[in-house]
Design a binder for this molecule. Sequence first.
Ligand code: NAP
Length: 300
Amino acid sequence: MYDIIIVGAGPAGLTAAIYARRASKTVLVLEAMTYGGQIINTPDIENYPAAAHISGLDFANKIYEQATALGAEIVFEKVTEIKDGAEKTVVTPDNTYTAKAVIIATGSENRKLGVEGEEQLVGRGISYCATCDGAFYRKKTVAVVGGGNTALEDALYLSDLAETVYLIHRRDAFRGDEATVNALKQRSNVKFIYNSTVTKLNADKRLTSIEVTDRNTGEVSTIELNGLFVAVGRIPENQNFAQLIRLDDSGYIEAGEDCLTNVPGIFAAGDNRVKSVRQLVTAAADGAVAATAAIKYISE
Ligand code: NAP
């Protein structure tokens, strides 16, 4: 029986482990893949306070070392179910663990475009995060794919940095807010490409151009660019908890800034919960909030 089981060893989960261990709680972190979460794909983090430049991999290694040095136990098993009760039961294919409280910090993954070569070009012209990587494209040409609020806000953010921003959407109407669409229309360096999908990525070590196909006419055009920002939605990793934990229509855990879920003693931290800013610093903040709430729950 652990005091706290944390599901997921990304920045939120490992920060929660640090806070819980510093409060002398016994902590088990269960991770399905590798520690660090999505941040390991970021070549250079420039927006984390007091770390002007650090690679995502170095960041992940440092936070892992910090959590384990404090005594957090980390086991690489995928959690398939959480059961409520006087104690919480956490099930993996290999084991069943129990704890007084559970923090779900499983994150979310970017939905991919599904175009050949996409994964190999991440960090070499393809990005899923404009606020993380936009600064690398100052005075350059970029494109954003998507029609939701993320794509619109990414395009707006990038239009302050890049020389030209193409906004490519597969329909002729945006899903995101009209006010942001109107703000984009005021920007002379934003060019809209409607009813189109990215069908080919051309690269020479880095991405050099994309081919875009008009869905109505079938016409293919080539756009020379330096960066492609993919903003076609995210997939929160909450499917295994949907029986117990209340999720919104998009699959995010319905927990606010206090990280409380509908089940007492089960908390949500990081990108897998409903929130408006999904950044490294907000994931770490969630870890601290969720661990503090879990410690309070146990003591009560
Ligand atoms: P989203 O609203 O699900 O939009 C995803 C967009 O990507 C849609 O326009 C969709 O096209 C398009 N798409 C999906 N798969 C595609 C594919 N394979 N190829 C090309 N296009 C594809 O995702 P989101 O923009 O990340 O937003 C997620 C949630 O967070 C939303 O509720 C959003 O409002 C919210 N959000 C809020 C704020 C804010 O409040 N400031 C900021 C960002 C996000 P279709 O339109 O044709 O389906």
